[in-house]
Every structure is written in C-alpha cells, then in structure tokens.
Design a protein around this ligand. Structure first.
Ligand SMILES: [Mg+2]
Length: 175
C-alpha cells in the first residue's frame, strides 16, 4: 500500500499559525463559525490577506509550524505498514521548499527524504490513497482521496473524511 500525505493542515498546523499571525498584527478576534467552510481570503480584509500571502511567500513561515496532533505517532505506525510519501503543493510558495524540507527532516526523520515530493498539481501522484485537506487534489487523482478535516473544507461531502489521525488510520484499516 502506498499512501501520499499532504503537509499543511494534515501534518503541519499551518492554519492556526496564520490566524495567530493575523491576530498579532491586525487584532483579529476570530470567530470559528465565521471561517467554517470558507477560505481565509473571504473573512479578512483584502490588504491583510495580501500581507499574509507576502509573508507566506517569504518562506520561513513553513519552517516554524507545530506538527498536527497525533501526526508523528500515526506516521510512525503508517510507515511500518505502507510506503509513505509526503506530497505537498509547495510550488504554490516556491521559497518554502528549503524550510519545508528542514521541517520534515526535523519532525519526521523516520521518513526517507527521497519520499518528500514537492509538487504543484497532485494529479501526477500515483498512490493508493492521498490524505489531504484540499478536495481539489482528488478530482484527477487515480487512488482514493481521504479528506482531512479543516475549517475550510467543512461543507465538502464527496469523499470519506477523518477528523484526526486516529480516524485516518482507522479508514486505512490500521486501527
Ligand atoms: Mg494542505
């Protein structure tokens, strides 16, 4: 079994870090209900979203994220039962590549770095499963997409989903 695993919102807790960045600079008091099923661009002022995007494009943001709860233990276990590839659309933020590479080596040293796949369009990925928070990557994916729950994908109904890594392992028949 080969399993492709996304980074942001699946193993790296990128969304809360973006909220924190916006709160610290612009004083947002985010209401979780306000961004459920919506993109951040829809709930913050345009200039603030642009500033956040500029920050993300600088790259270092991605080197300082907290791993998603349970991800390390789950990938340790998954790595014993499957070929695990980390597949991230890093080309959306090209300067994030060295930071993402270092982050993966630091937090997931048990995954061979030759299985880190920095890509853009994930339809190139050939795996049995893709665990990702963005359903758009499943539309042309040959295996089964498993949606990792995140606030922005709350309304998505087309795919099996998990709310955390315990549920993800269960969907793969490993828990
Ligand atoms: Mg993601």
């Amino acid at each position: 079994m080969r399993v492709a695993v996304d980074m942001d919102e699946v193993v790296a807790d990128a969304f809360p870090a973006q909220l924190t960045w916006l709160t610290e600079r612009y004083g947002y008091a985010f209401d979780p209900v306000a961004y459920c099923g919506r993109k951040l661009a829809e709930v913050v002022a345009g200039e603030h979203h642009q500033a956040l995007q500029a920050h993300l494009h600088e790259g270092s943001f991605f080197g300082d994220l907290i791993p998603i709860e349970g991800a390390k233990a789950a990938l340790t276990m998954l790595n014993e039962h499957a070929e695990v590839f980390i597949t991230t659309a890093a080309m959306e933020y090209p300067k994030s590549l060295p930071y993402k590479f270092d982050w993966l080596q630091r937090h997931f040293p048990f995954i061979d770095s030759l299985r880190f796949v920095f890509c853009g369009d994930k339809s190139i990925i050939n795996a049995d499963y893709l665990i990702d928070d963005n359903a758009r990557h499943f539309e042309r994916f040959g295996g089964e997409g498993i949606l990792f729950s995140a606030p922005h994908n709350a309304g998505e109904q087309r795919y099996r989903r998990d709310s955390n890594w315990s549920e993800a392992l269960a969907l793969l028949g490993l828990a």
